[in-house]
Each structure stands twice: as structure tokens, then as C-alpha cells.
Design a protein around this ligand. Structure first.
Ligand SMILES: [Zn+2]
Length: 294
């Protein structure tokens, strides 16, 4: 079954619920970036957050970027998502030499640092939100970000379960937000339900569907599922895009690369796709550039 996100409301519209299964997303990222277990978990969590937050955007052409920078050995992670279920991302360091039997906690890999949230909503300047990392486990950091930067009481859960060979067994998460002026009784009922529910990935691993899990969690809170949407790892890089990027580098730099008379290889950070350019390709980019400038 493909990954998907489920959107719902509960508590008479006072609670917004976004829940997602992201096993395929997290496993695709692991294969593309050849990550060691702790990096697979960290990247899977941030990709899940990206899928959820992408689905929360209101307009189809909005773009979200989540960036974590830390002083731990992983150094950082970058994820982008659109409102149509396309998510991509990469770790700054792929392999921390940890193993499935001796895993490093995600917080130790990330360390202290910051979380940046960029929302390009089609205006001249993107919305930029920022919060210090409070735990380095990502879900708590996002909860804190929402409280501090957007002033929305939010519960975030993100999980990645691994198989013995390091591949992703289950991944998923949810974001639950309270509208302003939510009744205390609704908040109490939600807190009690959250405290009593086992982890999402554990329940998925028992064969339960996302729908069942969310229905049980909100059984006393009048849940209304509004829709589900497919999500996937998708990179929109292309030879044309890389060519455009090459056109924008300095003329002297291009001339210097061409003078080496060797093919160059450019790697897409997000999906590891390799693009090759011969000196002739680069010369034609330079000529095209010169033509534009003339
Ligand atoms: Zn790519």
C-alpha cells in the first residue's frame, strides 16, 4: 500500500488531526542515501514531518523546507515538501558507522542546534520560522517550534522502526493541533487519550490501519475524517535544471572547468542522481550564456 496522509477534525472542530504512514518514503530515502541506522531514523522522522506539514499547507503551489542544523556528528538534515504529497530530503552525513545492535540515539547524532521552517507561499519573501532544538529527537523540537514560533498548542509524534538489516519496517507520525479557545474538557480528553495510546509505528506493525488507530485515539472526541492523500519521495531534478544552475555560475569558473578538458559529474543532493557534462556541453552552456549577455 502506498504511503498516505489522513486529515481529520475532532472535538467539534476544535482539534485538527494529520496522520501519515511513511514507510515507503523513509525506506526510499534510506536506499538513495545509504544511511546507517540512526541517520535512517532521523531522516525518516524529518521526512514524515515534511509530509504532514506539507499536507497542512493551504495552497497547491506552496513549498515547505525543514532544516535542522546541529553540532552532533550528523551535522544536519534538509527536507522539502509540497502540498501535493511530494517529499524529498537528505542528511548532511549519511553514515555514522552505528549499527542496528548498537544504535546511536537520534538526539546524540543531531546534538544541540536549531530547527528552521521555511514556507514559500508565493509571496516575495518566504515565511521563516525558527526554534532552538529542545531535545534533538525531532518530534519534541517541532512541538516546541509550534508553541514558540506559531503559538499553536501542538502534539507531534514521529517514528521509524527498523528491521534487523537496517531497512525501514514501519514509519509514520501525526500532528494534532488545538484551535484557540479549545474547551478544557476537550483538552483533558485528548491528553488522556494520547497518554493511553501505544506508539503509532508499533500499532502499524501490529497490522492496524491508520484509520483504525486514529478512530480509537479519538473515540470519545467525535472524529471526522475529511480526506486522505497519497505521499511519496519525489525529486524534481533534471538535466535542464542542472544546466540552468551551471549557467548561473561565474563565467571565469566555467572557463576554468572547460580548460581542464574533463567530464564533470554533478550529484543531486536530494536523490543522488548523477548528471555528466562533457567539456563540449559546458562550452555550449558558456556560448549560450554569452549569447544571452550580448
Ligand atoms: Zn534529484
Amino acid at each position: 500500500m502506498p504511503d498516505y496522509v489522513l486529515k481529520a477534525t475532532a472535538g467539534n472542530g476544535q482539534i485538527r488531526v494529520f496522520a501519515a504512514t511513511t514507510t515507503g518514503l523513509a525506506e526510499t530515502a534510506r536506499r538513495l542515501h545509504q544511511t546507517s541506522p540512526v541517520v535512517t531514523q532521523a531522516l525518516g522522522r524529518l521526512l514524515t514531518a515534511g509530509a504532514l506539514m506539507g499536507s497542512m499547507m493551504k495552497n497547491a503551489d506552496e513549498l515547505l523546507t525543514l532544516k535542522i542544523a546541529g553540532d552532533g556528528p550528523l551535522s544536519g538534515l534538509l527536507v522539502t515538501a509540497d502540498a501535493k504529497g511530494n517529499v524529498k530530503g537528505y542528511p548532511y552525513v549519511s553514515d555514522l558507522s552505528d549499527t542496528i545492535t548498537a544504535p546511536l540515539p537520534v538526539s546524540a547524532a543531531i546534538g544541540s542546534g536549531t530547527l528552521n521552517v521555511l514556507k514559500d507561499i508565493g509571496l516575495k519573501e518566504p515565511y521563516v520560522g525558527y526554534a532552538p532544538l529542545v531535545s534533538g529527537e525531532i518530534a519534541e523540537d517541532l512541538t516546541y517550534y509550534y508553541a514558540q514560533s506559531e503559538q499553536i498548542p501542538t502534539s507531534v509524534s514521529l517514528g521509524v522502526l527498523l528491521n534487523d538489516d537496517g531497512s525501514v519496517r514501519q514509519a509514520g507520525g501525526f500532528i494534532i493541533q488545538l484551535m484557540p479557545d479549545t474547551d478544557d474538557a476537550v483538552i483533558d480528553a485528548l491528553e488522556a487519550a494520547l497518554a493511553a495510546t501505544p506508539s503509532l509505528t508499533k500499532q502499524l506493525d501490529e497490522g492496524k490501519t491508520l484509520e483504525t488507530i486514529i478512530e480509537v485515539l479519538f473515540k470519545d472526541l467525535n472524529l471526522k475524517v475529511s480526506k486522505t492523500e497519497i505521499i511519496r519521495f519525489f525529486c524534481d531534478c533534471s538535466r535542464q535544471r542542472i544546466t540552468k544552475a551551471l549557467m548561473s555560475i561565474g563565467k571565469d569558473d566555467l572557463v576554468e572547468i572547460i580548460s581542464d578538458q574533463e567530464d564533470i559529474e554533478i550529484n543531486c543532493d536530494f536523490c543522488q542522481e548523477k548528471y555528466h557534462f562533457s567539456p563540449e556541453d559546458l562550452q555550449s552552456i558558456l556560448d549560450h550564456r554569452a549569447g544571452k549577455e550580448a
